[in-house]
Design a protein around this ligand. Structure first.
Ligand SMILES: C[S@@+](CC[C@H](N)C(=O)[O-])C[C@H]1O[C@@H](n2cnc3c(N)ncnc32)[C@H](O)[C@@H]1O
Length: 227
């Protein structure tokens, strides 16, 4: 798959992104060259991911939802290293909109994928998504930002898929916080699926909750489907 990444103005990007959640995945600039999350080690990253994340179950749940619906556009919010974006391209072959604050000042060319660092700009370009997907992004957003995100997508999506860590499970949530704070040096917020479920239902979505723990992490998925 074609994927070109150019980096513009490294210093600028680093300082501008400092305040954003997810900063632990900022590129490192080493002697003028760039080692970032897009570069090598992707198979190693995938391997560790499959240990901590119930990837197969997430894919199975998504596939079941995709089966009974026509999917033409997917918004992958907080798409990061394109782990899920690439899978959507492979699985669905449709147009993907990948949004991540991290893409600021990066020029990324990827077949079937439009990349944005500015969410509002993305929403200007596309008003309707078959699927909005956010995996492990909401726990990086302060409560107000999280509410804002849901508010923005709720009228624009047929299906919404949220994968995150269930804060109702105190131990799993605590372990995830430790992981993100200590290993990734990231600030983490609580995500309560029951709150998301209520909002979805208020807007006429039928909801499905899946609790899919792995190791000590309290992973969950919530799916909202427009009736
Ligand atoms: C834990 S990573 C998950 C990446 C990807 N969804 C995955 O599962 O591989 C969280 C991502 O959310 C992004 N992010 C954090 N705050 C964001 C925001 N306000 N808008 C868009 N992306 C954001 C971070 O840059 C990071 O890439």
């Amino acid at each position: 798959m074609k994927q070109k990444i150019k980096y513009q103005d490294e210093a600028n990007t680093c300082s501008e992104n400092k305040n954003f959640a997810g900063k632990a995945q900022m590129p490192e600039v080493l002697h003028g060259s760039l080692t970032n999350k897009f570069s090598d080690h992707s198979s190693l990253r995938k391997f560790f991911r499959s240990i901590v994340l119930p990837v197969k179950k997430i894919k199975k749940i998504c596939r079941d939802v995709f089966l009974s619906n026509e999917i033409t556009t997917v918004l992958d919010f907080g798409a990061g290293t394109f782990f899920w974006t690439d899978w959507f391209v492979q699985e669905l072959g449709c147009q993907i909109y990948a949004v991540d604050v991290y893409y600021k000042n990066l020029m990324i060319e990827k077949q079937n994928v439009k990349c944005y660092s500015d969410f509002d700009k993305c929403l200007n370009d596309c008003h309707d998504f078959s699927v909005v997907f956010a995996c492990d992004v909401l726990h990086h957003l302060p409560v107000m930002e999280c509410d804002e995100f849901i508010e923005k997508i709720i009228t624009k999506a047929k299906i919404i898929i949220i994968k995150d860590i269930d804060a109702n499970h105190v131990f799993g949530n605590f372990m995830n916080k430790m992981h993100d704070r200590i290993i990734n040096k990231e600030k983490v917020y609580n995500v309560y699926p029951n709150k998301i479920k209520k909002i979805f239902e208020l807007y006429g979505y039928k909801t499905y909750y899946y609790y899919i723990p792995k190791l000590w992490y309290s992973h969950f998925m919530i799916i909202g489907k427009k009736n």
